[in-house]
Design a protein around this ligand. Structure first.
Ligand code: PSU
Ligand code: MN
Length: 295
């Protein structure tokens, strides 16, 4: 089985497109011989393996789904809410349901410096404490997360340092450099390179069965060549996006959705094609590994 998250659907992609991608993700997992399970909370009940009807509900903006990290699950259950689970929320529910392979777009991480109101004063995660719970969940939950690295809107170096501190193995799929979501490469090397799903499965099994602790594994799969964003366009959008956060005073759980929406609208949809291509590629690879891991 392959778990799929719902925040990317409800808060990461625009209405309409989100439902198409949801269907295509499930299809690509099935085509590779695995069973997809998209995860969300509906009416206060965690659902692992949404039906087509339930996917419609998650993707319809009229339903105003809450973004649910792991810490938000209890309140959402008790208050009977509909919510889309982030990597952190999804990984926790997948593990509880016995699903240990999970595909997403980009993992959350340590946020980077945002110039703040006072000239010359900078705010980084060091001051804001904005570090995604995705990292903590990956450090404590035995799931394989397949993603295209972390979003380039984050401090990639700091995120990799934290993954090392928390004992999460980081694998690059057929690459030597850690990918940066919209871009195939960041300036950072991957600690380990693997070149086929069999080897990924072997690493996951060894980590799970022979290494003490309960951390997950991160498999970084770069966006397919033909869908990588132009680096200059990317850098421009990022600079404008960070400025937007500052002028609008965006913080907390809204940072990631606002930045992604800025990329999508300011690039005239180019970043959407990139985002869809990378998450599809991750779902396919996750399914290939899940098949190798199946007894
Ligand atoms: N990858 C995507 N689109 C997304 C996300 C990841 O291609 O919308 C979401 C994931 O759900 C991830 C979340 O867990 O962004 C990170 O949010 P935050 O930085 O608030 O933890
Ligand atoms: Mn955050």
């Amino acid at each position: 089985m392959v778990a799929l998250e719902s925040t990317i659907l409800a808060h990461g992609l625009p209405p309409g497109r989100n439902r198409e991608v949801a269907g295509r993700l499930e299809a690509v997992v099935r085509a590779a011989g695995a069973v997809p399970a998209t995860i969300a909370v509906l009416g206060g009940v965690p659902v692992v393996g949404l039906t087509s009807h339930e996917l419609d509900r998650v993707c319809d903006p009229a339903n105003n789904l809450v973004k649910l990290s792991r810490r938000d699950l209890g309140p959402a259950y008790a208050l009977g809410r509909d919510g889309a689970t982030t990597v952190a929320g999804t990984a926790a529910l997948a593990d509880a349901a016995g699903v240990h392979v999970f595909a997403t777009g980009g993992l959350g991480g340590v946020h980077r410096r945002v110039p703040s109101a006072g000239a010359g004063i900078h705010q980084s995660a060091h001051d804001s404490w904005d570090v995604s719970a995705d990292l903590d969940v990956l450090a404590t939950t035995p799931v394989l997360v397949v993603c295209s690295g972390v979003k380039s809107v984050l401090d990639i170096g700091a995120t990799l340092e934290l993954l090392e501190t928390r004992s999460v193995p980081v694998l690059g799929y057929r690459v030597d450099r850690f990918p940066a979501f919209y871009l195939r490469e960041s300036e950072f090397d991957v600690p380990w390179r693997v070149d086929d799903p069999k080897h990924v499965a072997a690493v996951v099994a060894a980590h799970r069965d022979r290494v003490p602790g309960r951390s997950g594994v991160l498999l970084a799969n770069p966006v397919p060549f033909e869908f990588e964003m132009d680096r200059d366009l990317h850098d421009r959008l990022l600079a404008d996006g960070l400025e937007l956060l500052r002028t609008r005073g965006v913080h907390g759980k809204d940072v990631t959705p606002v930045l992604l929406e800025h990329f999508h609208s300011a690039s005239g949809g180019v970043s959407l094609d990139t985002n869809e291509a990378l998450v599809m590629s991750n779902a396919r690879l996750a399914a290939e590994v899940a098949v190798e891991l199946a007894p």
